[in-house]
Design a protein around this ligand. Sequence first.
Ligand SMILES: Cc1cc2nc3c(=O)[nH]c(=O)nc-3n(C[C@H](O)[C@H](O)[C@H](O)COP(=O)(O)OP(=O)(O)OC[C@H]3O[C@@H](n4cnc5c(N)ncnc54)[C@H](O)[C@@H]3O)c2cc1C
Length: 300
Amino acid sequence: MYEAIIKTANDFGADVYEQFPLSKVTSFQTGGNADVLILPNSEEALQAMLSVCKQQGLRYHVIGNGSNLLVSDSGVRGVVFRIGAPMAKTEVLEDGKIRCEAGASLTALCNFAWKHGLSGLEFAYGIPGSAGGAAYMNAGAYGGEMRDVLLSCRHIAPDGTVGTFTGEDLQLDYRKSVYSGRDYIITELLLQLQPGDPEAIRAAMEDKMRRRKEKQPLEYPSAGSTFKRPVGYFAGALIEACGLKGLTVGGAQVSEKHAGFVINKGGATTADILELIRRVQETVYTEKGVQLQTEVLYIE
Ligand SMILES: Cc1cc2nc3c(=O)[nH]c(=O)nc-3n(C[C@H](O)[C@H](O)[C@H](O)COP(=O)(O)OP(=O)(O)OC[C@H]3O[C@@H](n4cnc5c(N)ncnc54)[C@H](O)[C@@H]3O)c2cc1C
């Protein structure tokens, strides 16, 4: 069933794995196997592989760094394209612009900007996603978000054509973009940064990282904030006020350090995490009348 897609991946020199445990590429470290995991190494390869998926009627999913994902314990049937290190070329253009492939890690991108004396991405330092995942999610922290710096994204559209969304067309909003819930694959980002003092940029980056380490349970696997911020509230504060810190289902726990994080305390399954999320949502709704929505995305 997968011969043709595996052959095409091989023809392009892209790494391919069969029955790959997705727990190895998700920050929650849970989830079953992908029938086939491919690490595309160019837009052209991706386009060719998508066309094979279409011809063969194969399902496919796209992931970046897996840092906002919950994968079913039964795994994912079909092909998973992981846009990562083999598509991470990053370059400085004129006037403070940076162009990067979608597989660049945000951390590497922040370091790249700092080394070139370009300011604007400091907020993102410590968000463990890929550039593509950050654009898809309009990732943000400490008063900044991708919307502040993202000029355009290049992508492969569901019909297989390469295109670009620029400015308003990106529809960047709280943890969503024009790409949310749609079958586009982001291949490249164009960012607009400003000249800045490298020392000040570095200091701001370190400050963000220090604040993360202080407040967040980074010693455990998680996907960051489990819930979106409800209008007028903070999810963590609501959860804490309901006395849910430390609530446990199997290996999943509402972090004692930060109630907005569900963590994998050890040996959690995705089912444990989903059940814990359900209990938190139910209690917060019953006690506070607020419906928490997950920020974390689920794939099966
Ligand atoms: C410890 C920790 C701290 C975090 N802190 C923050 C924070 O401060 N702010 C914040 O916003 N987030 C935070 N996150 C969540 C996460 O890092 C971000 O949402 C990040 O942007 C996800 O990027 P990713 O590459 O890991 O995407 P994934 O989790 O792999 O995927 C997320 C979604 O993006 C889609 N996607 C990914 N790449 C592409 C692509 N190339 N083309 C099309 N679709 C794509 C996937 O299909 C999926 O729907 C945190 C996570 C952790 C574990």
